[in-house]
Design a protein around this ligand. Structure first.
Ligand SMILES: [Zn+2]
Length: 531
């Protein structure tokens, strides 16, 4: 799993303080300067004292199984004010484009209240193949704990996201039109299209005693959606699968995401089905209506047009030398040319699309994109987003190629593939609170604390194929493959002291291996509770 760019500095979830990114610290004076300084102190404070995952931020993007055919992208958007969290899952079956095409743009919205977790393409492999199933139906794997196929690996991550949420919408396109009475072949109780599906009318969550009124919620949302759909043939209806009941015609749903959410996690969950018979544009529109109505109901408020003050950053320039094929030159890299060569910048790739200029210093004007220049001396290209310099490329002279030289200090490039796999960090939870530890670090717990290894991140290699083993803990008793990510361990009861380092149960190793070779380690020390 890789955490991509963490963007935004305006505080949201759980914090009272507010800061905003300023492009021009040096221009500020007097009171403004003071404000800048105090913001800067706050920023340093946040960077120093909050580990990666707890750092104040408005959106995150995580990539799991990166570079595989089933890469999984998870977007979290935090509202400025705290509130409920809605999870949107699209594309769990690849031949239902209404769902994933609708979910996709929600990854980019801003929220003023509440939070969204967006998984636009849960089953990317099946989407590219445009088929429902690759190895097995991903939406029938939520009863399993094992991780045998890529589908079950993805499902284990979706389960964790469900546990973080207050409501789940699983976005589908279904056959025909659902109706609670038989009207015809295409419109009857066994069809799915244009319905909001739940697994029960009401469910009492035994953990909290709370009554989850799914039917009431779905009917209210359907009424809201239908007021915006003129053609009554396309109106949505509540479709109660009664999946847990003995005479349910939909017992296969007991292995679905919504069933897991409701009955295992106590999270209200709905399948949103648009009809496969409708044109794609209508499917997407109707999904949007449903998502918006659920957001409204949960008090999650979208911010339009939204505030985006992420620090601008150049990714790369595309530059043609003479009339040759253009080359890609990354931020902070050097392009070597021979005296008299002409160069032309044809494209700027940055985390913004608008407001970008590239200025070849000493040539042309402040905006030199798509202009040809003959280079006689060393110079630089300064890239700006509006007035903010966000990247730099050096042009140096040399009599021979190679053209592009990678400079030191570029930290975000991919490590060479032949480097040895190694753990970078452990993402753990202690009594439900998330913490990030570096490789080989020690963590001290009080016996009885609940401990979970959420995941590990890699310095090199793919953590999804590693085995993370808490020595002395047997996670899955049916198949002890040693994989312990995702299990909540009671440190008073679940550990066998003979596997501890001291054999007394005071210190246990967590060992990460790849093909039986150790790639990382974490030490867990247990203190006796004080009475
Ligand atoms: Zn489906």
């Amino acid at each position: 799993m890789r955490k991509k760019r963490l963007t935004g500095w305006v505080c949201g979830k759980g914090f009272d303080v507010k800061g905003s990114f300023q492009y021009h610290p040096r221009e500020t004076t007097g009171q403004e300067g003071f404000r800048w300084r105090s913001f800067f102190c706050l920023l340093v404070f946040l960077l120093l004292f909050f580990p990666d995952d707890a750092r104040c931020q408005r959106r995150t993007h995580e990539i799991f199984f990166e570079g595989t055919d089933y890469e999984l992208n998870v977007y979290r958007i935090y509202g400025e004010r705290p509130g409920k969290t809605l999870l949107l899952i699209g594309g769990i079956q690849g031949d239902e484009p209404g769902g994933f095409l609708s979910a996709d743009p929600y990854a980019d919205i801003c929220l003023s209240k509440g939070n969204l977790i967006v998984v636009p393409r849960a089953n990317f492999h099946s989407i590219v193949l445009r088929q429902r199933i690759v190895n097995q139906d991903m939406n029938r794997q939520f009863d399993e704990e094992a991780r045998h196929t890529y589908e079950t690996k993805v499902v284990s991550i979706l389960k964790r996201l469900i546990q973080e949420s207050d409501c789940l919408l699983n976005l589908h396109d279904g056959s025909g039109f659902y109706s609670d009475t038989w009207e015809n072949q295409d419109r009857n109780p066994l069809r799915y299209g244009q319905s909001l599906i739940a697994d029960a009318e009401v469910h009492m969550n035994p953990a909290t005693g709370e009554e989850i009124r799914l039917g009431e919620m779905a009917r209210a949302v359907a009424a809201r959606i239908n007021s915006q759909i003129e053609n009554s043939e396309h109106h949505f209806r509540f479709n109660n699968h009664r999946s847990r009941e003995a005479e349910s015609p939909h017992k296969e749903q007991r292995k679905s995401a919504t069933y897991y959410a409701l009955f295992t996690c106590g999270v209200p969950a709905f399948g949103i089905e648009t009809s496969k018979s409708l044109p794609l544009e209508l499917k997407v529109r109707h999904h949007n209506l449903a998502i918006n109505a659920f957001m409204d109901r949960l008090g999650i408020v979208q911010e339009t047009p939204g505030v985006n003050l992420d620090p601008p950053e150049l990714d790369y320039l595309v530059i043609a030398v003479n009339e040759e094929l253009p080359v890609v030159v990354g931020n902070q890299q050097t392009l070597y040319v021979q005296p008299g060569d002409t160069i032309m910048i044809s494209h700027i790739e940055a985390n913004y699309e608008r407001g970008l200029t590239a200025d070849l210093i000493g040539f042309g004007t402040i905006s030199d994109v798509r202009k040809k220049f003959s280079i006689q001396r060393e110079t630089q290209i300064v890239v700006r987003k509006d007035y903010y310099p966000c990247g730099k490329v050096t042009i140096s002279l040399r009599s021979e190629p190679p053209r592009v030289l990678q400079t030191k200090g570029r930290t975000d490039s991919e490590p060479p593939r032949d480097q040895k796999p190694a753990v970078k960090t452990f993402r753990i939870q202690i009594n439900g609170k998330e913490k990030v530890c570096r490789n080989n670090e020690r963590v001290t717990l009080v016996k009885g604390d609940l401990f979970e290894i959420v995941d590990v991140t890699a310095e090199n290699g793919d953590p999804s194929v590693w085995v993370v083993n808490f020595k002395g803990f047997v996670g899955d008793r049916r198949s002890n493959d040693g994989e312990d990510r995702g299990f909540v361990i009671n440190t008073a009861k679940d550990l066998l002291s003979r596997y501890s380092i001291d054999k007394q149960g005071r210190s246990y190793p967590v060992v990460v291996t790849y093909q039986n070779a150790e790639v990382g380690k974490l030490f867990v020390d247990l203190k006796e509770p004080r009475n």
